[in-house]
Design a protein around this ligand. Structure first.
Ligand SMILES: C[S@@+](CC[C@H](N)C(=O)[O-])C[C@H]1O[C@@H](n2cnc3c(N)ncnc32)[C@H](O)[C@@H]1O
Length: 268
């Protein structure tokens, strides 16, 4: 399928998720889970969860990228694919009133939801911008830290995303990204299924390929750390994305042998 068409399908799916018309996105098998419990299972502490507005947690994440970077007061942070603002609000507390957090998302309904969350919870140092992570609505050398949580696997041009990250980072700026990657190629039936793409599996890169793409952007000290997967699928799941994936796997195979959560770090 061509890139524009795929991106349109991804945008429409996340619009429906933002509007509450469809419950599942990343990490198939998460449908129906308690959002707080899910967040704990992917690395958020009780203290962190206390500062994040509940409505910003749509169980679409696959790690805790802000835990990686040691954000400092006064820093400017950019969150790629910010959804309802989940990690932006956590980062906003860390950088304080002298700092700033910018969330970019291509889905208008997500931006609207994130802005409403910011207003309702009186976050004044967070801003949400509509845009694509392949063409960031930010100037060159303008941010200290780029974070992202379960988004880059959805991009139809990952190389371009990292070129954009490099462009907007200040010299010495750093990245902390949680994402899903592959340990081995997916069976064709899964790879070519658009529901698996929307579910953050079909578009995922092999771990080595991921590292090469990040390095080719010019970022240095690139590290890809494997974490246990949150994307395992219960064989009896009713989650439609989970079912598509299970149906594409061989008998007795589980998704665990294929996908892994990764943390990606690097410095400009
Ligand atoms: C799986 S959700 C993760 C949301 C958020 N990071 C979280 O952890 O809750 C993916 C988000 O990325 C956005 N997205 C996907 N592809 C994008 C792209 N190419 N440019 C901008 N946003 C994108 C979607 O609209 C959606 O809000």
């Amino acid at each position: 399928m061509d890139r524009k068409k795929t991106q349109k399908i991804v945008r429409e799916a996340y619009s429906r998720i933002a509007l509450g018309q469809e419950g599942c996105g990343c990490a198939p098998g998460t449908c129906g889970l308690d959002p707080m419990e899910f967040a704990r299972s992917i690395g958020y502490s009780e203290e962190e969860l206390k500062v994040i507005p509940g409505e910003a947690n749509l169980t679409l994440s696959c790690g805790n990228p802000t835990a990686l970077v040691g954000l400092k007061e006064g820093e400017v942070v950019l969150d790629l694919g910010s959804g309802a603002g989940f990690d932006c609000f956590l980062a906003a507390v860390r950088v304080g009133q002298k700092g700033k957090v910018i969330g970019v998302d291509m889905t208008p309904e997500m931006i609207e939801k994130a802005r409403a969350n910011a207003e309702k919870n009186e976050f004044e140092n967070v801003e949400f911008r509509l845009g694509e992570i392949e063409n960031l609505p930010l100037g060159d050398n303008s941010v200290d830290v780029v974070i992202s949580n379960c988004v880059i696997n959805l991009s139809v041009d990952k190389q371009r995303v990292f070129q954009e990250i490099y462009r907007v980072l200040k010299p010495g700026g750093r990245i902390a990204i949680s994402d899903i990657a592959l340990l081995k190629e997916l069976p064709e039936k899964v790879r070519e299924n658009i529901a698996a793409y929307v579910g953050c599996i079909g578009g995922a890169l092999l771990v080595d390929e991921y590292k090469k793409i990040v390095e080719s952007s010019g970022l240095k000290y690139v590290r890809v750390t494997l974490k246990s997967s949150s994307a395992c699928v219960d064989p009896d799941t009713k989650d439609p994305i989970g079912r598509v994936i299970l149906n594409g796997l061989g008998e007795n195979e589980t998704l665990e042998g294929y996908v892994v959560n990764v943390y990606v770090e690097g410095i400009k």
